[in-house]
Design a protein around this ligand. Sequence first.
Ligand SMILES: [Mg+2]
Length: 294
Amino acid sequence: MENLKKTILIVDDTETNIDILLELLGEKYDVIVALDGVSALEIVEENEVDLILLDIMMPQIDGYEVCNRLKSKESSSNIPVIFITARDDENSIEKAYEAGALDYITKPFKALELLARVNTQLKVKELIDHLDFISSYDEMTAIYNRRKFFELSEKKFAHSKSNLYAVMIDIDKFKNINDSYGHPMGDMVIKLITKTISKHLSDDAIFGRLGGEEFCIVCNYCSFGGVANNIEEIRKAVEDLEIISDEGRRIRFTISEGVAKVSNDTKNLDELLKNADIALYEAKGLGRNRVIFR
Ligand SMILES: [Mg+2]
């Protein structure tokens, strides 16, 4: 990741301005150019853009409007915007910050200063992205952590309750793996299992680590057949996994899964998860490595 060049989008309707910025930024960054606001918004939709240098005075939609539209969309609201314009009156500057800009550079600008300011915003963005990641994902498995899992699942429960399922998953006799092979092997098993499960899930499934060896999926399925197939497929895929230890021992492991569906009576997410948990305990009680529906 670190060797990848950052991408900067330059939005300006004057080609000579673009040429100057290209000359300045082209070597260190990947640069995309837009000559008007509409194409700038289209480019942002289709590309990973790390920072935008935005002119104010442009035909059709001006820079303020472009910035407003970027900030009102979740997918683009985090892209840092630096205005770069000939306007230097306080009103224009204030309006730019109100629209969501992080910085404001007036033309003519000093080359080194512009570079430094671009670099600063990119660094801040990187830090924010990193904080975002560690506050949302489990460090070991890179699936959602408990906090993010509940945040997203609550939203899903509130907005798309029909055909919503919770699947509680627990690694069978996980303590034995840790005791027999040590914790590093236990970690390896957890990583391999979560990676395998992730591969079998649709993009809108919420998959999180709730604790040590306990995981949960919250997902909408079209039919009971759909969820049954998917969850059984996951159980089978884990059963087929194998790790060879340093001593050459074959390590196999299984999971138990408890599945619950939202009904008209399900009051909240907690109740749905509790039902899945009850099913999970039943699966454990019946000998593990199985799926129980409730
Ligand atoms: Mg202009």
